[in-house]
Design a protein around this ligand. Structure first.
Ligand code: PAF
Length: 281
């Protein structure tokens, strides 16, 4: 079904248009620079709800000093072209509209889970993410919010946000989109040479090995250790973590487990992840 897409840039206008939507609403939150990964989130949103709101906002609160906030790609017209007819509303506010008082006095904390893995290198990043996600949930009042499994830590933290603060929204998770080779789709793959792309498959192969080693916790941990020892890529981390605390698991761990990988290939940082279930030593 094709819809008429309306662009709104103020909170007031968003609330007015949101109130006029009848039936269920799904939100897809983005920082713009839309690519196929975002479109797969939009596609899922269209399947699970009557209406779709896409937010397009580069959130300064999740960038640290010296990070690429100023240089982050912004092309609203190109974004609109991609989702025209696919979503009902595009909410694209400017920074002053989102944060009339800068910096905000009150913000949301991602807790310790926001300080490990990706958060270790980017202090405050996940606090900035959960603060803007909370604001966008309050502004769009969706029934569902659609997020990708690729940003596994972000997704895990947003699930805690919703559970811990009793936010009335269901999180809909979309599987990692992969190239035919198995490489997780990412706009950064464009930086890789043909050799780099082959090398990068070490991440997917490690996840395959992990999936074969499950449900044995010991075998999964041994697989991750040996992958790091093989040094096919420059590993940042290759860990099995508790899906709630994001702390590395011990071999005594049972139940849902998140496997998170981060590595550099030809200077490009790549992420991949998988959810597994452990039930034996
Ligand atoms: O994943 C992103 O693009 C951002 O972190 C999000 C969720 C839109 C918040 O700014």
């Amino acid at each position: 079904m094709n819809r008429t897409t309306t662009l709104v840039s103020t909170k007031q206008s968003l609330r007015r248009h949101r109130a006029a939507l009848e039936g269920t609403v799904a939100v897809v939150m983005t920082m713009g620079a839309l690519h196929d990964g975002h479109l797969s989130l939009v596609e899922r949103a269209r399947q699970v709800a009557d209406h779709v709101i896409l937010t397009d906002f580069v959130n300064p609160l999740q960038f640290g000093p010296g990070e690429d906030f100023e240089a982050y790609p912004r092309d609203l017209d190109a974004d609109l072209d991609q989702v025209e007819g696919l979503v009902d509303l595009v909410f694209a506010p400017d920074t002053r509209e989102m944060y009339p008082a800068w910096p905000p006095t009150v913000s949301v904390s991602a807790g310790r889970a926001g300080t490990v893995l990706e958060g270790a290198a980017r202090p405050g990043h996940f606090d900035g993410v959960v603060t803007v996600v909370t604001k966008l949930l309050l502004l769009t009042s969706p029934d569902l919010a659609v997020f990708g499994r690729k940003d596994a830590q972000q997704l895990a933290i947003i699930e805690r946000l919703v559970a811990d603060l009793d936010l009335p929204v269901r999180i809909e998770k979309v599987d990692i989109q992969r190239e035919p080779s198995g490489l997780a789709r990412s706009s950064r793959n464009a930086y890789l040479s043909a050799t780099g792309r082959d090398q990068a498959l070490a991440l997917r192969h490690t996840l395959d090995e992990v999936e074969r080693a499950a449900p044995s916790a010991g075998a999964v941990l041994a697989t991750l250790r040996s992958a790091q020892e093989r040094r096919e890529v420059e590993w940042d981390y290759a860990l099995a973590v508790d899906p709630i605390t994001l702390e590395p698991i011990e071999s005594s761990h049972r139940g849902e487990t998140l496997v998170v990988l981060a590595a550099h290939v030809e200077g490009t940082r790549l992420l991949d992840a998988a959810e597994i279930r452990l039930s034996t030593p």
